[in-house]
Design a protein around this ligand. Sequence first.
Ligand SMILES: Nc1ncnc2c1ncn2[C@@H]1O[C@H](COP(=O)(O)OP(=O)(O)OP(=O)(O)O)[C@@H](O)[C@H]1O
Length: 335
Amino acid sequence: MFEVTSREIRSGVVELRMTGYDVLRRVQMPARAERSTMRVPVALREDGDVHYRDYRTTPHALTIGATKSGKSVYQRNLVAELAAQEVALVGIDCKQGVELFPLARRFSALADNPDTAADLLDALIAHMEDVYQLIRAEQRITADTPDADIAADIWDLPDHLRPVPIVLLVDEVAELALFATKDEEKRRDRIITALARLAQLGRAAGIYLEICGQRFGSELGKGITMLRAQLSVRTAHRVNDETSANMAFGDIAPDAVLATVQIPVSAPGLAITGDASGGWSRIRAPHTSLRAAVDACNKHAHLTPDLPALDAFRPVLASPAVPVAIPAPAAPATP
Ligand SMILES: Nc1ncnc2c1ncn2[C@@H]1O[C@H](COP(=O)(O)OP(=O)(O)OP(=O)(O)O)[C@@H](O)[C@H]1O
């Protein structure tokens, strides 16, 4: 036997699971993992169970990890799974678009720099306010109809009225929170306030956040810890110090901090995931290549919804690709 894991199911009942080998060494997802609306399999747990990302029960998530710890592979895997769902994908990729732009065919809106990101977030807030108005209008009708359920979020609306849910993926969030000049500081405050508003109010309007970065703590300035408190699913890949592990789990699952600092460099992709319930587990996503994620996005490109509110940010798909000329280094001066 390789490992025994235990879990308290309810008071007085403990579940024991035994595994014969390390299932996380080479992750093989079960061929028939269950999929349902806004609930997708993203990784394998150490007890052999599938780990799901379920947006309707835990809407917002934070994923952290040092460089080369496996964050991009995790996020890529999530996008490849979400691509097949009826959902709008919106991305902010401050690594100049390197991670998300190859997946552009399945994205309804993309931003690759903080200026565009600030405008995109404002547009998302305007969209959220419109959805709230739609829910209110429907409530007024159902309040007068005996026995009708009163809508509290988009999932209670009739199918023909329901706006498409949106998953907003933010890669390398610290880039949005750093500033050097007064103007950049204003832009930073606008971005963080918009993200905090989306985290507070987005769920009912079907807007879900997936925030990813190397660190996400109070050193990034005001508003960050308030935003972090709304991100109830936490996933931490390998980190370089205990402070970073504390950023993910210090406030929700202190035991998980120790497990996070023990992740070895030799196992990229290995991560600890936990939520506000205090429970946590060791997981690893399958090693999805960028090619496989691009193929999944291209295959489901026809599912990409048009969101009029975000039209200005729809990625322009240039084909065929134009090679970018990199300037040659200057010749050394001759003596
Ligand atoms: N789940 C996984 N299984 C196996 N190998 C993995 C897994 N995740 C990542 N790796 C390996 O680790 C390498 C680095 O992963 P990745 O690019 O996702 O790191 P990262 O945290 O996004 O790094 P950076 O912040 O520098 O972009 C990958 O190229 C891959 O070879």
